[in-house]
Each structure stands twice: as C-alpha cells, then as structure tokens.
Design a protein around this ligand. Structure first.
Ligand SMILES: [Zn+2]
Length: 96
C-alpha cells in the first residue's frame, strides 16, 4: 500500500458541454501526472491519496461516481473531504 500527496490538479472542459471544467488528472508532489482513472484504480487497490497544501491540513481523496456538477455524467470522479471551505479541497488546488 502506497501513499500519495496531490499538489496540483488538471482540469478540462468536457467536449460536449464546455460550460464548466472538471478534474481529469492530478499531479503528485514528485511531479508525476496521474489520470483520474489511475487514481481511482489505485484507491480501489488500497492506496491512500491526499490533497496537500503547505501549512494546511491534508484532505483524504475519495472516489465519486460522477463529476460534482449534477448534470455532468463524467465518471468516475474524485473529491476530498472535508472539502469545500479548505484550501486542500481538491477542486481548489493549483493547476498543474
Ligand atoms: Zn463535469
């Protein structure tokens, strides 16, 4: 079992619905890029992924069935808890 720190996210607008951008991959603190599917497979395999911002509490990353936008069917997706108001919310990490 491995542990990963995510420091950046990569977002793209869906081709058929360019009204928002959602996370398509993440960058870990070693500079490596991982697609959302790779992270999902890793979590399912027992690895631990956390959103990391210097000086902030780390946030666990978990698997969501779909993008956080209710009308977006992009799947699977990732989110962090406790989320939203924290700098370590996955959606708020710097772009990478
Ligand atoms: Zn979406």
């Amino acid at each position: 079992m491995a542990s990963y720190r995510v420091t950046k996210v990569r977002k793209e607008a869906p081709a058929l619905n360019p009204s928002h951008e959602h996370i398509v991959g993440v960058v870990t603190d070693d500079g490596a890029y991982h697609t959302v599917q790779e992270v999902v497979d890793s979590i399912r395999g027992g690895d631990v992924w956390r959103a990391f911002v210097e000086g902030e509490p780390e946030a666990m990353i978990g698997i969501e069935p779909f993008c956080s936008r209710p009308w977006c069917m992009h799947s699977p997706y990732l989110s962090s808890t406790p989320g939203e108001t924290l700098a370590t919310d996955l959606e708020r990490l710097p772009r990478g």
